[in-house]
Write a protein that binds this ligand. Structure first.
Ligand code: F6P
Length: 320
């Protein structure tokens, strides 16, 4: 291939810049022009395309966000918008496209692939909700950010003999809650994948208090409900003093961890390698520390790989 494009789409994630940098460097090494498409599919439709150079990816490896910007595009899902996007790829002689994003972005990539455009997906989302890969870029950073927050929150909860419930992102996936919950030594993890009732969770908090543990920590994935609703439920049905905390977008920003940067580099390299072998319609990922690729079809339909064993073990870890 002589010319490929790269875009970031959907929610940004720490490590996207590291992936863009890897794509550019690997492309240059193979004599391929790499076109940066700004503002995701929305920008593609509008022709916001520019050839990337070293300057564009200099000193960005460690930065959160995405130098290519990102967007969620409704227009791309319409026939008219889709045709415009395909025409734009042709206008810029882009023979292959790399899409860095999550589930929604992958569906767009699959649509392009189904219509003859060689497209490769790189998993970039803090949610870790693409089951074909053990990890998505940005997940590790989000988990580390939330783990740090949990320890800060616990300090002040403990000073007041309070319970804290922290709500984290993840859409319908409980992975951020699970990993940050285990790393943050929380007492109770509420996730959509497991059916621990709010009543049972509250009973556990009451039992902890009766046994002398005045401060417990709860983490709730957004897919399992709102921290404020859980706190209200506990306040209404017990004498526990509980505070709801929603860290929000801080878990999507910040410097990517070394793990996310290296993962992004490895995935970026494989994505270019595939396109240069004239292969499209694939999504790259990591399984058992090996870089793999599967069809975009498999990627968007892959079953969730939530670690129930780890989830159950947390109740052992949390015993008081
Ligand atoms: O997919 C990433 C994510 O941060 C989810 O965890 C969250 O539900 C969503 O994006 C928030 O989206 P927005 O940026 O539109 O608020």
């Amino acid at each position: 291939m002589k010319c490929i494009g790269v875009l970031t789409s959907g929610g940004d994630t720490p490590g996207m810049n590291a992936a863009i940098r890897a794509v550019l460097k690997e492309g240059e090494d193979r004599g391929i022009n790499v076109m940066g498409i700004y503002h995701g599919y929305k920008g593609l439709i509008a022709g916001m395309v520019k050839q990337l150079s070293h300057q564009d990816v200099e000193n960005v490896m460690h930065k959160g966000g995405t130098v290519l910007r990102t967007a969620r595009s409704k227009e791309f899902t319409t026939q008219e918008g889709f045709v415009k996007a395909v025409d734009m790829l042709k206008a810029y002689d882009i023979e292959g496209l790399i899409v860095i994003g999550g589930d929604g972005s992958y569906r767009g990539a699959k649509l392009l692939a189904d219509n003859g455009i060689k497209t490769i997906g790189i998993p970039g989302t803090i949610d870790n909700d693409l089951g074909y890969t053990d990890f998505t870029i940005g997940f590790d950073t989000a988990v580390n950010t939330i783990t740090g927050e949990i320890y800060k929150i616990r300090d002040t909860m403990r000073a007041h003999d309070r319970v804290g419930v922290v709500e984290v992102m993840g859409r319908n996936c409980g992975d951020i809650a699970l990993w940050a919950g285990v790393a943050g030594a929380v007492d109770i993890i509420l996730v959509p994948e497991c059916d621990l009732s709010w009543e049972d969770a509250m009973r556990q908090l009451v039992t902890n208090k009766l046994k002398g543990k005045l401060t417990s920590m709860v983490i709730i994935a957004e897919g399992a409900g709102k921290a404020e609703d859980f706190a209200n439920y506990v306040r209404t049905n017990s004498d526990i003093d509980i505070k709801a905390i929603v860290p929000g977008y801080i878990q999507r920003g910040g410097n990517p961890t070394a793990f996310d940067r290296v993962l992004a580099a490895r995935l970026g390299q494989r994505a270019v390698e595939l396109l240069d072998s004239d292969i499209g319609g694939r999504a790259v990922g990591i399984r058992n520390n090996q870089i793999i690729d599967v069809s975009l079809d498999e990627a968007v339909n892959s079953v969730d790989n939530f670690d129930k064993k780890l989830y159950q073990f947390n109740s052992v870890l949390a015993k008081f």
